[in-house]
Design a protein around this ligand. Structure first.
Ligand SMILES: CC(C)(COP(=O)(O)OP(=O)(O)OC[C@H]1O[C@@H](n2cnc3c(N)ncnc32)[C@H](O)[C@@H]1OP(=O)(O)O)[C@@H](O)C(=O)NCCC(=O)NCCS
Length: 179
């Protein structure tokens, strides 16, 4: 996975127009150890709400240090606005977490993080991305559907035996590999 890590240091900058105004999307980069606590707190507050806190700072730190995992962030003036964690296997990648601060949503940050992580998987020759979304999170489910993910099943009690998950998958070779 060393090649993935090297490639991820490349910058990703997107500029888009909405209603004539240019929106600059901050670049994506790999998280460093100093980001672990902030990322863990975002997971606790925006993903794991009502379930306790499993993505603690030490678990996020392990992911940051894991060669088979990318922890990607977008930041502005030093503040992490959003992050995504993807673990890369031989043929499948797993999107473990993705979140954007509430005040920064709907400006394309979630899309740019997801695309960056998917492109890394594609570059590594990985065929599919799989993820789970809380069944009680229609915004996330709609977001993933918009980005080409299709439902492949429901996992009862996936989150601490309390909340079901919808499993979603996307084949990378037929979608982003074509363009
Ligand atoms: C799901 C989540 C990551 C999406 O992040 P985001 O940064 O808002 O995503 P984007 O901005 O790329 O796209 C979201 C919407 O904003 C719209 N949008 C994107 N850029 C925009 C812009 N410049 N102006 C207006 N709207 C825009 C998109 O079209 C999309 O619209 P839709 O809601 O109709 O589908 C975010 O809602 C979140 O953090 N939720 C809580 C955590 C969570 O549920 N994570 C996923 C499960 S782990």
């Amino acid at each position: 996975m060393a090649s993935i890590m090297a490639m991820q240091r490349a910058l990703c900058r997107k500029e888009r127009y909405a209603g004539g105004a240019m929106i600059i999307i901050p670049q994506v980069s790999l998280a460093g150890p100093a980001d672990a606590r902030g990322i863990a707190e975002m997971s606790r507050d925006y993903v794991e709400y009502g379930l306790g806190w499993s993505w603690t700072p030490s678990r996020v730190m392990k992911a940051i240090r894991d060669d088979a995992t990318n922890v990607a962030v977008v930041r502005e003036r030093g503040l992490v606005l959003g992050f995504g964690i993807m673990r890369y296997g031989e043929q499948k990648a797993h999107l473990t977490l993705l979140a954007v601060r509430p005040t920064e949503r709907k400006r394309g940050l979630g899309a740019v993080l997801l695309s960056w992580l998917e492109k890394s998987a594609l570059t590594a020759g990985i065929e599919r991305v799989q993820l789970e979304a809380r069944c009680d999170n229609p915004i996330a489910i709609a977001f993933y559907r918009d980005h080409g993910y299709a439902e492949s099943g429901t996992v009862r009690g996936y989150y601490r035996g309390e909340v079901d998950a919808l499993r979603l998958e996307k084949g990378l070779w037929t979608v982003i590999g074509a363009g």
